[in-house]
Write a new protein. Structure first.
Length: 326
């Protein structure tokens, strides 16, 4: 039996697709397909990884005369792909880029109505030399809003696609090579101070962001002033959400590599359910916010939805977690 047939047989016996095996080896699915069709052969490094993943000896893989699988006798943990220092560093850097891009994408969606509000405020004000009509301001602002939402969603989707190669890390199908745990733990410890600061700043911004608008309303400020403060409020909320996302994704990155916190074996399934819920919840919340704001034309009031949405998400996920533990 040739190497191509052995790889195909071992993959199927483990119940893996070509894509799943490719993720464990950090290669493309096409490479696995070529191996199994004998169009190419893996290099010696991949042969060693295949031996570890399938739990068989390299002799069995390389010698055609050995027909029956010769298992290496290692336990199930040793069959998992090992994460080297280089791979761990690559993943942590990718997480940092992913966190910034996703945070920016969500912030763009939140900030998208700000310019529309400003343009309408300019058009409706009695400022001198104001030649923009309300209709033109609404049209231009709506076009910019849709462009910002499209840019934000595209940024999120593209960023998520680029993280797919680390899918085996998200599933927990790996083990850290010698010395990697200490490096990851050190970087996480150095990040804890920044994580606490970012969360504290984000919470403070969410609490304080409506204060200028409330004070302006009490002082009966001009309509244009209220419009300007509403746009600034959206900017403040966008910054706060960006900080929340950046802090959360980076903490999750370190915990995932170390198998701790929400990414321990016990919490892994719960985390998957939370991710699936969040993937539906946040886009729906954004759609509802934009829909209600357009229909009511009360952009100065609908911002209240975001603190409520955030608290509701925490409450629902906590309730689901408690229910699953019962």
């Amino acid at each position: 039996m040739i190497l191509a047939d052995k790889i195909l047989q071992l993959r199927r016996s483990n119940g893996w697709s070509q894509e799943e095996l490719a993720e464990r080896l950090n290669i493309s699915r096409q490479s696995v397909s070529k191996w199994e069709s004998a169009q190419s052969i893996p290099d010696i490094g991949k042969i060693l990884e295949l031996s570890q993943i399938f739990g068989v000896t390299t002799d069995y893989l390389l010698k055609d005369e050995i027909e029956k699988p010769a298992y290496s006798g290692t336990d199930s943990l040793s069959n998992l792909p090992g994460v080297s220092v280089q791979e761990a560093n690559s993943y942590m850097e990718a997480c940092a880029r992913y966190a910034r891009r996703v945070g920016m994408g969500v912030a763009l969606c939140i900030l998208s109505p700000a310019l529309l509000i400003l343009l309408i405020g300019f058009a409706m004000s009695n400022l001198p030399d104001m030649v923009v009509s309300e209709r033109a301001a609404t049209g231009a602002g709506t076009a910019i809003l849709l462009a910002m939402v499209a840019a934000g969603v595209t940024l999120i989707v593209v960023s998520a696609t680029r993280m797919r190669r680390y899918g085996y890390l998200k599933r927990g199908d790996f083990e850290l090579q010698y010395g990697v745990e200490g490096i990851v733990r050190g970087r996480r410890d150095s990040f804890e101070g920044r994580h606490t600061a970012m969360v504290a700043i984000a919470i403070s911004l969410c609490i304080l962001c409506p204060v200028p608008l409330i004070l302006a309303g009490i002082m009966e400020a001009p309509e244009f002033t209220l419009t300007l403060l509403t746009s600034i409020l959206l900017l403040t909320v966008a910054v706060a959400v960006f900080l929340f996302i950046l802090a959360g994704i980076m903490k999750a990155c370190y915990d995932r590599l170390l198998g701790e916190g929400e990414y321990s074996f016990e919490e892994r399934e719960e985390s998957k359910r939370k991710d699936k819920f969040g993937a539906i919840y946040w886009p729906c919340a954004t759609a509802v916010y934009l829909g209600v704001s357009f229909l009511t034309d009360r952009w100065d009031a609908t911002w209240v939805m975001w603190p409520v949405v955030g608290l509701l998400f925490v409450a629902v996920t906590a309730a689901l977690k408690a229910k699953n533990k019962e």
